[in-house]
Design a protein around this ligand. Structure first.
Ligand code: FE2
Length: 131
């Protein structure tokens, strides 16, 4: 029986359009908020149509040497061109990108996950040092 963790796919975001691209400083200062942006398809664009789109991005912070991660945010993208006229008729589309700020006194990993409605779950991470 498969576990959910086994269904997360990972790859190089420069070659695979589904991988979350995390943009955050590598080094941050204790107690100071810093900006994090997570998007997809920076190198190879991911489609955004009623039939094929990114539903959500979730971001966690996992401090080094701790057991549990902290959820930083969950971002849902809920407009993908659908309307009473049918698929891809509204001209209204939410782009799959999220920006927010957080602070930490602990070094660790920012872990992002994303969900494509037809290509499933994807994940990536980036380390953060604290000075
Ligand atoms: Fe996809």
């Amino acid at each position: 029986m498969k576990q959910l963790a086994e269904l997360f796919q990972m790859a190089d975001w420069k070659k695979e359009k589904h991988v979350p691209v995390i943009e955050a400083p590598v080094k941050v200062k204790k107690g100071e908020y810093f900006k994090v942006t997570v998007t997809l398809g920076k190198e190879i664009a991911h489609p955004n149509t009623t039939e094929h789109h990114i539903r959500w991005i979730e971001v966690y912070f996992h401090p080094q040497a701790e057991k549990y991660p902290y959820q930083l945010g969950r971002f849902e993208f809920t407009a993908h061109g659908e309307s009473v006229e049918g698929s891809d008729t509204s001209t209204v589309y939410t782009h799959h990108a999220a920006s927010f700020s957080f602070k930490t006194d602990k070094p660790g990993d920012i872990i992002a996950s994303s969900y494509c409605n037809i290509h499933g779950l994807w994940s990536s991470s980036q380390s953060v040092e604290v000075e």
